[in-house]
Design a protein around this ligand. Structure first.
Ligand SMILES: [Fe+2]
Length: 176
């Protein structure tokens, strides 16, 4: 797959690869940050702090190379933006079910109604070609939409359905 993409896209393939990597390293880093903010376990906090420092190094490497390859490269920017918009999905999503990955996204990112998601997006949008992409916001919105559509009917809807059944049954009894 990578070989085919490399042949089709040429050298800009590396810009896509580096941008993709930057997005994944940054989201992983932020995920760990959310988990760290939710635990009081000192050992886990220390471990996460060290892992986060590593992820920050990875993120900065991918981001710097992506910026270098995309600056002044209009074709590369278009290809990279298209790939992130249409092919990218949240890190680890291929390893679990869609429902599971939506739950994870909503729990780690969607629960924070504040500035975390816009902050991640703003950081990513400094990579040339990604201006106003809103990649993480779209991911959270999509996860929310599909998790709502997977939910069983709510109590109110069920209550209404039950009353309608009773009404129909009473009407049938009266008319017989
Ligand atoms: Fe990493």
């Amino acid at each position: 797959m990578n070989q085919v993409a490399r042949r089709l896209v040429g050298d800009d393939f590396f810009a896509v690869h580096m941008t993709w990597g930057a997005v994944n390293e940054l989201t992983t880093l932020r995920f760990y940050g959310v988990i760290r903010s939710r635990t009081r376990n000192e050992l886990l906090r220390t471990l996460l702090r060290d892992v986060m420092a590593q992820e920050a190094v990875h993120y900065s490497f991918y981001r710097n190379v992506a910026i270098r390859r995309l600056t002044g490269n209009r074709r590369g920017q278009c290809i990279t933006r298209w790939a992130m918009e249409h092919l990218w999905s949240i890190v680890g999503s291929g390893l679990r079910s869609r429902a599971d990955s939506d739950r994870l996204v909503l729990d780690l990112l969607g629960a924070d109604e504040g500035s975390l998601v816009p902050r991640i997006d703003a950081q990513l949008e400094r990579i040339p070609g990604l201006t106003d992409l809103g990649l993480l916001q779209r991911t959270v919105d999509r996860a929310r939409d599909s998790s709502i559509s997977r939910q069983p009917p709510r109590f109110e809807e069920r209550r209404r359905a039950t009353s309608a059944t009773f009404a129909a049954a009473s009407a049938a009894r009266l008319s017989s």
